[in-house]
Design a protein around this ligand. Structure first.
Ligand code: KG4
Ligand code: ZN
Length: 311
């Protein structure tokens, strides 16, 4: 609901900044710069944030720093100790993006793989919708999967040659699988079940279905990450984004790290899903390099931010 989201931003931005300043025990004049999310996202919400940040920077006569949301997710790994060494690899998995990024320095990042269709978070949310679960379904699939058998249903793994991801095939196979209610020809379009049979099948097998879907999404992600570490020789490996809150992904990531000899890093839970601290840490590194924005800078729903080189 983009319109409601931007109105909620309008209503909340002043009180939120007020409380943040009070809780930090500082005054607006103590700030060194104003950092804000410039891109990507819902344009209405981005406009509220960018106009507010510009006004604040102008009135306080402080530098303005435009931050890219995806860079900020990666740099959330630099908030707490221990921190990864450069260059490090980051698998960023959110509701809108799925990327493998080489982070050469806080301000030099290179996307070496990304989704060609749905993001990992969308794969979770769309699968949950097919199961009749409410949005956002990712955390619910995670919760049901805890009591389920991930080996029970074997959803196909897409064969994408490079470091890119694809999740749309998984969604289709889940759709057919549910329409067949586990009867035959698991992942083909057969439509053998009645709506009632389908619902009963879901109710009786929800934990195993969720565990199997989660297991497949996690294996798609981790197999590409393994490939990326082999290709780049980089051993410091991070997770980022809302989906890194997923318990199955966190566990498999840590286990794979041990097997592969990686140094693994996952931001604290509060820094995985969207948060302001990740915008602030990115603002800090851009401030150190004097990467300031002009007051003419504008918000953008979509904007690339890194050198894209998939060779
Ligand atoms: O990074 P984020 O908070 O917002 C975006 O920038 O998109 O990510 C939100 C996504 C949603 O798709 C949500 O379902 C997913 O993260 N998510 C999870 C879990 N917690 C959040 N997915 C799977 N398991 C979770 N525990
Ligand atoms: Zn995000």
């Amino acid at each position: 609901m983009p319109e409601l989201a931007s109105r909620a931003h309008m209503q909340n931005i002043v009180p939120v900044v007020d409380v943040a300043i009070k809780q930090a025990g500082i005054d607006l004049k103590n700030l060194d710069a104003i950092a804000f999310t410039q891109s990507p996202g819902l344009i209405g919400s981005l406009l509220v944030g960018s106009q507010f940040a510009k006004s604040l920077a102008l009135s306080l006569n402080k530098p303005l720093i435009a931050v890219h949301h995806m860079q900020a997710h990666v740099l959330a790994n630099l908030i707490d100790d221990p921190k990864p060494d450069f260059p490090f690899l980051c698998l960023t998995v959110s509701g809108g993006h799925t990327q493998i990024v080489v982070c050469h320095s806080p301000t030099s990042l290179e996307v070496i793989g990304e989704t060609i269709d749905d993001a990992a978070g969308e794969a979770f949310d769309k699968s949950a919708k097919l199961l009749g679960l409410p949005y956002p379904g990712g955390p619910l699939i995670d919760a049901y999967a805890k009591n389920g058998d991930p080996q029970r249903f074997k959803f196909p793994e897409p064969q994408i040659a490079n470091l890119d991801f694809s999740f749309s095939g998984l969604k289709t196979s889940i759709l057919y699988f549910l329409q067949n209610a586990g009867k035959s020809n698991l992942f083909k379009e057969e439509f053998t079940a009645t709506p009632l049979e389908k619902q009963e099948f879901i109710t009786q097998n929800l934990s195993d279905i969720c565990a199997s879907i989660q297991g497949r999404i996690v294996s798609i992600l981790i197999n590409k990450l393994k490939k990326a570490t082999v290709q780049t020789g980089i051993r410091d490996v991070c997770l980022a984004g809302g989906v890194s809150a997923n318990s199955g992904l966190r566990k498999t990531f840590e286990e794979t790290g041990k097997q592969m000899g990686w140094n693994t890093f996952i931001p604290a839970f509060a820094y995985c899903t969207d948060n302001a601290a990740m915008i602030a840490i990115t603002g800090y590194y851009k401030y150190m390099e004097k990467q300031f924005a002009d007051l003419s800078v504008s918000a953008s729903a979509r904007a690339s931010w890194a050198v894209t080189d998939k060779s």
